[in-house]
Design a protein around this ligand. Structure first.
Ligand SMILES: [Fe+2]
Ligand SMILES: [Fe+2]
Length: 130
């Protein structure tokens, strides 16, 4: 993958994760505030990740796409909360792996990568809190 493609894909993914976690946080706000707080924290992290990647790419034209934010809460109703958060945990761990080969070239990504591992762990923690 070219640098440009990697940065664009990463930046878009980080941007899209912000409204997704916020939408999930909203869903848990009343019934499970502890889970909602974890999700809000992850949304904030994803926003920071987007700006880390933006500082490298210099591309300020990307905007969050709302598809995941809309689809994930609906999907969660169908497949169940625990299954949903296990899937999201898997995506977070996958993001950790995807970033791995780029750390040498873009050292700023290291803190983002570390967060993705932590996010995977937090999603698995959420599974135990449901
Ligand atoms: Fe992220
Ligand atoms: Fe993440």
């Amino acid at each position: 993958m070219t640098d440009e493609k990697f940065l664009k894909k990463s930046q878009q993914g980080e941007l899209d994760a912000v409204p997704m976690y916020n939408a999930l946080a909203k869903k848990f706000a009343d019934k499970n505030p502890e889970v909602a707080e974890i999700l809000k924290g992850m949304a904030a992290d994803e926003g920071r990740h987007a700006s880390v990647v933006k500082n490298i790419s210099g591309d300020s034209s990307l905007r969050p796409k709302m598809l995941k934010a809309k689809a994930v809460p609906v999907l969660m109703n169908c497949i169940g909360k625990r299954t949903m958060f296990k899937i999201i945990a898997g995506q977070e761990y996958k993001a950790y792996d995807t970033y791995a080969p780029w750390i040498d070239k873009f050292p700023e990504i290291a803190s983002v990568q570390a967060d993705e591992k932590r996010h995977g762990d937090l999603c698995m923690k959420i599974v135990t809190l449901l």
